[in-house]
Design a protein around this ligand. Structure first.
Ligand SMILES: Nc1ncnc2c1ncn2[C@@H]1O[C@H](COP(=O)(O)OP(=O)(O)OP(=O)(O)O)[C@@H](O)[C@H]1O
Length: 603
């Protein structure tokens, strides 16, 4: 709430300043700050939160500017209506530019968006009959009040108001489930989809937001100048919009404002020497990328941490609210032992390698099933197929009567299957609490507009309370406010488990959860898994620690070279000749563990 008050105070101060300014030059600088702030706010969602690098924003600025120009000149439309329509048209162009992002990433995406910007630049330069080329379009109609065009001061006030509204709306969106979802996509798309984030939808949304704000800024510029030509649409503008975010602080709510103020003032100072301005912007871009990854906002924030927090860079642990350490479980009618999942004749091959050959099994409610086998037997591939990350070639997989064949990973998570990964896939830059809240994403109902208008507070509070319950259940409540990546490895494994539990699964797929843990931590993990099972969850556990497997499992499945070679109760599997033979080529400790009669933990 403090940040909202701060934004409102800044806007009021800027508005008061306008009242005392009579010089058009200074008013134009304030207008430009407002315009660039609006562009940067949307770009921050795309780049800073969703991590999508776009070099084509000038094209979207042009979409807004030329739409407003053509709608009011050729279309004879009212200035207000044209402003709204131009923003919507740009948002639609955002969908267009988002499509490649679904296929390419990183530098390739930057190249594709760059090409989009170049195409638009060429279009408005060469298609002179429509866009006027260098001559441009004159008499663009502005919004009017009582039939009167806005004065320069009124334009600045209007831009300040739009800037404030844009900031507050995006702030509402970014502090809740949408902001977390964008950040998770930036961190790891596979892990994001595994916790129920529809990655494609969120990527498109980020592009649309950035396009709408750039288009709005373009339309405002065209209408304020009553003129637009191809000189406005340059590659330099795309770079400048990128720089606003990177220099100000990408992924920070205050970053776009800092970038817009500092860089617009610098631009105005250097406006007489264009080549120096471009050179300075280039140097600043390099500087921001290499020396100041968090931008000015990041620098200020770490300075604040250094001054006011004893451990710089690590946020203080946030104690959880009082409450019982229970696991929020999904309501279902399943009796212990009922069939949760069936896999029939599942096959998968990678060229000549066949990690799954005609595998059939079923999983029972409230049981711990273990999937074991020597290295390369196909265990992770099976977990990947069950969670939709890898597509099977043949066979069928059904979960609670639903065929999983064509469902994307996030839908499978929504149905009630959660997973952890062999190689940890935490959102390391986010706090432990945010990681767990991301697990709750698919259980939360706040839609785009509710979040945008800040109406999701109650649900967010409930999700936080649930997340703390889970953190207490796995004994991590004390580190809720810490950055997940800063924790010891054993803690990180538990955070990943807590994140999976937050999806409120019926079936939990755990891929080597004890990998990298010491014997004490492995024993604690065993106890924790038994407590989870006692809450009614079904677990499929891939593990090499045979001692753990034999102690806690109710049922063991054994794979070798992609084929199921045995299944049954741990003691029976342990004595199976084929299993021992399969393991003869495996690690000596595993064979010893397999041979040792395990002390069973009573169910
Ligand atoms: N994406 C892929 N492309 C090609 N081959 C793959 C791919 N994924 C897995 N494999 C191969 O499939 C086989 C089974 O791999 P998988 O990771 O499922 O085994 P695993 O039983 O989990 O092994 P480990 O216990 O070592 O993790 C291996 O030979 C592996 O090299």
């Amino acid at each position: 709430m403090k940040d909202i008050a701060f934004a409102v105070v800044i806007a009021i101060c800027a508005a008061l300043l306008v009242a005392f300014l009579t010089n058009d030059f200074y008013l134009r600088i304030l207008f430009s700050i407002g315009i660039y702030f609006i562009c940067a706010s949307g770009m921050n969602v795309l780049l800073g939160y969703a991590g999508q690098k776009s070099l084509g924003q000038a094209g979207l600025f042009a979409a807004g500017a030329y739409s407003a120009a053509l709608l009011t000149t050729a279309g004879g439309m009212n200035g207000w209506v044209a402003l709204v329509l131009a923003t919507l048209i740009s948002a639609l162009c955002g969908v267009l530019i988002a499509v490649p992002s679904l296929r390419v990433r990183g530098p390739s995406l930057a190249m594709v968006t760059l090409a989009f910007g170049v195409v638009i630049e060429k279009l408005v330069t060469e298609a002179t009959e429509i866009f006027g080329g260098a001559m441009g379009i004159y008499d663009v109609q502005p919004p009017t009040i009582g039939g009167e065009a806005l004065t320069m001061s009124q334009w600045v006030w209007f831009t300040i108001a739009l800037g404030l509204i844009t900031h507050l709306l995006l702030r509402n969106l970014l502090v809740g489930r949408f902001g977390r979802a964008f950040r998770s996509i930036q961190a790891d798309e596979v892990a994001a989809s595994a916790v129920g984030i529809p990655v494609v939808r969120y990527k498109v949304l980020a592009f649309v937001i950035a396009a709408a704000t750039c288009g709005l800024a373009g339309a405002l510029v065209a209408q304020q100048n009553a003129y637009i030509n191809s000189d406005f649409v340059t590659f330099h503008l795309s770079i400048f919009i990128l720089l606003l975010v990177l220099f100000g602080g990408s992924g920070s709510l205050g970053g776009p404002f800092l970038g817009a103020v500092i860089l617009t003032l610098l631009s105005s100072l250097l406006a007489r020497w264009t080549w120096i301005e471009h050179l300075v912007n280039g140097v600043l871009l390099l500087f921001a990328l290499y020396a100041m990854p968090g931008g000015i906002a990041g620098m200020l924030s770490s300075l604040k941490d250094r001054l006011f927090a004893p451990a710089a860079g690590i946020r203080k642990a946030v104690p959880g609210p009082a409450g019982a350490a229970s696991l929020p479980v999904r309501k279902n009618e399943l009796a212990v032992g009922a069939t949760v999942m069936t896999a029939e004749n599942v096959c998968k091959s990678y060229g000549g390698i066949k990690p799954a050959r005609d595998i059939t099994f079923s999983l029972k409610a409230g049981h711990i099933h273990a999937l074991i086998g020597p290295n390369g037997a196909g265990k992770s591939t099976m977990i990947n197929m069950l969670s939709g990350i890898v597509r099977k070639d043949q066979g069928s997989i059904a979960f609670l009567g639903h065929d999983l064949s064509r469902r994307p990973t996030y839908r499978i998570c929504e149905l009630g299957i959660a997973r952890t990964f062999q190689n940890l896939r935490l959102f390391k830059e986010l706090t432990v609490l945010d990681n767990v809240l991301l697990g709750s994403h698919s259980r939360m109902k706040n839609g785009f507009f509710r979040s945008l208008f800040g109406l999701g507070g109650r649900e967010e509070a409930a999700a936080r309370a649930r997340a703390f319950d889970i953190l207490r259940f796995v004994d991590l409540a004390d580190v809720a406010g810490m950055r997940a990546g800063s924790l010891a490895y054993g803690f990180q494994r538990r955070v990943e488990l807590a994140r999976a539990l937050a999806t409120e699964p019926v079936l939990l797929l755990l891929d080597e959860p004890a990998a990298g843990l010491n014997p004490q931590e492995t024993a604690e993990l065993g106890q924790l898994l038994l407590r989870i099972r006692d809450q009614g969850l079904t677990i499929l556990l891939v593990e090499h620690h045979m001692d753990l497997v034999m102690r806690i499992s109710d049922h063991v499945l054994v794979l070798d070279y992609g084929a199921k070679i045995a299944e049954g109760e741990p003691a029976l599997v342990q004595a199976d000749r084929r299993v021992v033979e399969a393991y003869l080529g495996a690690d000596d400790n595993e064979i010893a563990d397999l041979a040792r009669p395990a002390e069973r933990v009573p169910a």
